[in-house]
Design a protein around this ligand. Structure first.
Ligand SMILES: NC(=O)c1ccc[n+]([C@@H]2O[C@H](COP(=O)([O-])OP(=O)(O)OC[C@H]3O[C@@H](n4cnc5c(N)ncnc54)[C@H](O)[C@@H]3O)[C@@H](O)[C@H]2O)c1
Ligand SMILES: [Zn+2]
Ligand SMILES: [Zn+2]
Length: 357
């Protein structure tokens, strides 16, 4: 079968991948569509260190083809969106409703794929850039059949991460002010999360002025073009929010922008870190600025509870309150992965989405 692998040198599309049958508590899913998140590109450029060879992709939707022993919540033929959380369901973190903190769900990649006799790792317990993948049952969330797979695919990372950061981690309240730095697939979902939460001023900042229209479509009330040589983003935000922002989300993965997010906080404000800079990167801030009850919050995967949250987001989509179709700028057959990656890298798309025959 076809898939996109990374061998440590470059990503390549191959057609001789194999995936093993689902074991007890696992599900085999035929992938229909998968979004290209920046984190996939970060594996390729080394920003996110990951063992190789690996089958990329972690934001997908498809149809259940087979289930292992003990799986009862989905059956062959069901449409599902996939999460990246292979959480155990039995530890204290899972028990208290924090599956993103489950230690069994971090840093233990499996090797369900084979190619020419060699085993390949799965990425983010998911590997949605393959015609078929095997995930833990908890990762397969049943969705209605009438959600187009190209849209449903984006639930599994962009929406869970971005909307979840607003609703679950920051807990943005009605009337709050929000700044979103970086309006890619993650930032756009932070914007629409802020709109859904009832934020008043929602300021988007991006170095690509072409993002303004889509940022406003997703909920931005203001847009700051950070590419202009004379733009001081902190000053520009403070012209709109003179006392600063209640919430500032960094959605790029730059230590300079993390500092910016902290510098534009109002009293009691919180900076939420979603972007992933290179492993080992350090950021700094003026310590005395923090005493005014400010916080810096890390956020993994929108602090999500996927079985609950994906069902909620599907409902909001049906009500027209959560945009999914509008995130899908361009659809590419998996063979055109290189073009999709180039378009994503150059900011020509909100999300590039791959499809599988
Ligand atoms: N915390 C998590 O769980 C989690 C989950 C998914 C993705 N991520 C991370 O989130 C980040 C964003 O992912 P994405 O898929 O949205 O990426 P993307 O490539 O789609 O979007 C990045 C956006 O940032 C903008 N940008 C780049 N440089 C900028 C600058 N100097 N100032 C302002 N804007 C700038 C780009 O124009 C683009 O619009 C990545 O670092 C990714 O690894 C984190
Ligand atoms: Zn992602
Ligand atoms: Zn657990």
């Amino acid at each position: 079968m076809k898939g996109v692998i990374f061998d440590g040198e470059r990503p390549r599309v191959v057609d001789d991948l194999e995936v093993r049958d689902p074991g007890p508590g696992e599900v085999l899913v035929g992938i229909r569509a998968a979004g290209l998140c920046h984190s996939d590109l970060s594996v390729v450029d080394g920003t996110i260190p990951f063992p190789v060879p690996v089958v990329l992709g972690h934001e997908g939707a498809g149809v259940v083809e087979a289930v292992g022993a003990g799986v009862g919540h989905v059956a062959p033929g069901d449409h599902v969106a996939l999460s990246t959380l292979a959480n155990c369901g039995a530890c204290a973190e899972c028990d208290r409703g924090r599956p993103t903190m489950c230690r069994k769900a971090i840093g233990m990649p499996g090797r369900p794929f084979r190619r020419g006799g060699a085993e390949l790792f799965n990425f983010a317990s998911n590997s949605a850039f393959a015609e078929r993948t095997v995930v833990k049952a908890v990762q397969a969330v049943k969705i209605a059949e009438d959600i187009p797979p190209t849209s449903a695919a984006l639930l599994g990372c962009g929406v869970l991460t971005g909307v979840g950061a607003v609703l679950n981690r920051a807990r943005v309240d009605r009337g709050d002010s929000v700044v979103v730095i970086g309006t890619g697939g993650i930032g756009l979902n932070v914007l629409q999360g802020a709109r859904i939460a009832g934020a008043s001023a929602i300021v988007a900042v991006d170095a690509n002025p072409a993002k303004e229209a889509v940022a406003r479509q997703f909920g931005a009330t203001h847009f700051i073009d950070a590419s202009a040589a004379d733009t001081d983003s902190v000053k520009a935000v403070k012209e709109i929010l003179p006392t600063g922002a209640d919430h500032a989300f960094e959605c790029v993965g730059s230590t300079r922008l993390i500092r910016q997010a902290i510098d534009l906080l109002d009293r009691h404000g919180q900076a939420v870190l979603l972007g992933v800079p290179p492993a080992g990167a350090e950021a700094s801030f003026v310590v005395s600025s923090m005493y005014l009850d400010k916080s810096i919050l890390g956020c993994r995967y929108g602090s999500s509870r996927p079985q609950r949250d994906i069902a909620l987001y599907a409902r909001l989509y049906r009500e027209g309150r959560l945009l999914l179709d509008e995130l899908v700028t361009t659809v590419y057959p998996v063979e055109d992965f290189a073009k999709a990656a180039d378009d994503a890298h150059h900011g020509r798309v909100a999300r590039a989405v791959l499809t599988f025959a």
